[in-house]
Design a protein around this ligand. Structure first.
Ligand SMILES: [Zn+2]
Length: 161
């Protein structure tokens, strides 16, 4: 396992539509393991493949709760409900945080590292993190959704995705 370099905005790879994964092999497992190491190294709560320069539909989320590390391959949003406005950051935008409106609840379908399909429901901050990462896989950056950027004195304790 190893820590990869994070792609910092602006970069074309951050704004492309990522390709679906078709091979669930050792190479994919290595990418996921490296993504985990990279997310932990940079204190993030999520990471998407384009952030390590790969245009494939792979993302991980770990908000340090009982859900553990969620690995999402080819994720699809099945349902969303409600809304929440809260602070959000991104490892590809160092030191930039803004308030983003997201659904309060999301239900997704995705595949795990072995290719097995699963569905997952999430609310609150976990829903926010999952939706942020899925956006990355379609070249959508949180800056396109920011309602208001946060000032330095509002940033304490925030973690990027
Ligand atoms: Zn991000």
């Amino acid at each position: 396992m190893s820590v990869r370099k994070i792609v910092i905005h602006p970069a074309e790879i951050l704004e492309v539509q990522c390709k679906p994964v078709t091979k669930f092999d050792k190479k994919l497992a290595k990418i996921l393991n490296d993504m985990y190491d990279t997310m932990i190294e940079f204190d993030g709560v999520g990471l998407a493949a384009p952030q390590i320069d790969l245009d494939i539909q792979v993302a991980i989320v770990d908000i340090d709760d009982e859900s553990g590390t969620i690995e999402m391959i080819n994720p699809e949003i099945l349902e969303t409900k409600g809304e929440q406005v809260g602070p959000e950051g991104c490892l590809s935008f160092p030191d930039l945080f803004g308030e983003v409106n997201r659904p309060q609840y999301v239900k997704i379908k995705a595949q795990d590292r072995k290719g097995k399909f699963y569905t997952l429901e999430a609310e609150d901050f976990l829903a926010r993190a999952i939706l942020h990462e899925i956006d990355h896989l379609h070249g959508v950056l949180f800056t396109s959704k920011v309602l208001r950027y946060l000032e330095e004195d509002e940033l304490e304790g925030l973690e990027a995705e």
